[in-house]
Design a protein. Sequence first.
Lengths: 183, 214
Amino acid sequence: MNDPAPIDLPVLAARDYKTDYKPVWCPGCGDFGVLNALSKAMAALALAPEDVAVIAGIGCSSRLAAYVNAYSFHGVHGRALPLAAGLAVSRPDLTVIAAGGDGDGFSIGGNHFLHACRRNVNFTYLVMDNSVYGMTKGQASPTTEEFAAEEAEHVRLVEKEIARLDPAGPTPTDDPDPPNEPL
Amino acid sequence: MLSDQFLGQARAVIDTPELEASPALRKLTDPDAPDYQRFALTDNGVSPMAIPGNPGTAYTATGLSHQASGRPSTVAGDHLAQLEKRRHKLHVHEYGPRWADIEGDGELAIITFGSVTGACREAIARLAETGLAIRLVSLRLLAPLQAKALAQALQGVKRTLVVEQNHGAQLYRYLRAETDLPGDLLSLAQPGPLPLKPGEIVSAMNQLNQEQAA
């Protein structure tokens, strides 16, 4: 019998994929759930932390980068996607995860979002969409609903929220009752 | 005539230019380096970099103020330490002779930078025909200013014209703030969109030379 020699692989739990940094997020923030889900997913896939790169933008949710035990970049508002795409193209051996919020992804980095979809480079993009600019205290974001903004900001929002972008989903004309007419 | 339109639309076959190797140092860290600190304070300000895939040295690169480890920090001392590290790194770096293009000799000098350099060279050629020898210092590195090397390049100079294309004479003011230029000075600063003409530089140099000689 040729039994293969046992290999001593470290087994990491979900908590091993988190750093010991205390998140700056407010109590009850949904970003905690994203961090938990992400670290569980990394554990389930048994990814080596050094082979994971988390590329984030700027904003509350983008702080995620510092809370994940991996190589992470937290630096330029709205520019997580081109960085992630470049990294994924040049280092296909890495698991690349881009992360950010709705303002970072659909406003400041809106154009990058379209081109990331078009290029379809192999990485994962997590958008923590809370429909508001949270870090700067509640300005309307591209996904803020029309009337919610009036309540939050006491000003009239002159633009509609962007249509939910779903490259794989139905086009607006397929939906008999589209939630948003494209501007 | 090298107009923007010509440069933008012309086609030319050229040999690959030979570029000098970059003298910048980038040290990589070892796998599982103990107590790895991505932004460690070092003598020359350069700290070893860990690249993704290197085990045991994962770190966060953040635009937030951070500790030497990369950990975000709101402590003023951490902020200052990293500011100092970055400044120190730039100041002790050995830039070599590429900080400026230095040409010619004489007691008259032109200091400039960037695309105005071509017009300055042409002006210097015209002035040479009238018997004036002009030294040219075209800065390639603006900051940190290589003040000692600049003083050496200007040794023996009695009159200096600072030529630049902007409305606020930014280079002239920057040089005056950072160092003492020798002798008499004149600033020729002109905004775009029209490029500086060699004739204008010749006039300014003649003005400086005659005013001071009078």
